[in-house]
Design a protein around this ligand. Structure first.
Ligand SMILES: [Zn+2]
Length: 137
């Protein structure tokens, strides 16, 4: 998959709309429209790296600080009890979109073990807007 065809690059460039949680010069966090849980967020570097092995070491420090801060923001604003950080590399591991991305999957007490079954039910626009409002409050 080339950069031109990459759905995440298109989201980053604004060609495809998204529900943005946070954005800076180097990364974007937006709501997954096929969420595994309430507030499921995808965090992507703005540069098109294929996967984790492709990310230069120099970019890692800032990226992970931001990833932690975004996780903390979701934790606080959505009043969740915990979250899973999930990142898939190569199709054998379930990587579908070939642009490095991390999933922040909010969890509540009693949710049980995480089942990484891709979301089949598209989130309602209204619900996504409400989540964004809560984050921005
Ligand atoms: Zn891309």
């Amino acid at each position: 998959m080339s950069e031109e065809e990459c759905i995440f690059c298109k989201i980053i460039e604004g060609q495809i709309p998204s529900y943005k949680i946070y954005e800076n010069d180097s990364l974007l966090a937006f709501l997954d429209i096929f969420p595994l849980s309430y507030g499921h967020t995808v965090v992507v570097p703005k540069k098109h790296y294929y996967n984790f092995l492709d990310m230069p070491e120099d970019d890692m420090s800032d990226f992970f600080k931001d990833l932690r801060n975004i996780s903390a923001l979701i934790m606080k604003k959505l009043k969740i009890d915990g979250f899973n950080l999930v990142q898939n590399n190569f199709p054998a591991a379930g990587q579908v979109i070939h642009h490095l991305h991390f999933h922040i999957i909010p969890r509540m007490k009693g949710d049980g073990p995480l089942k990484m079954i891709p979301g089949k039910i598209q989130a309602k626009e209204d619900d996504l807007k409400k989540i964004i409002q809560k984050i921005k409050e």
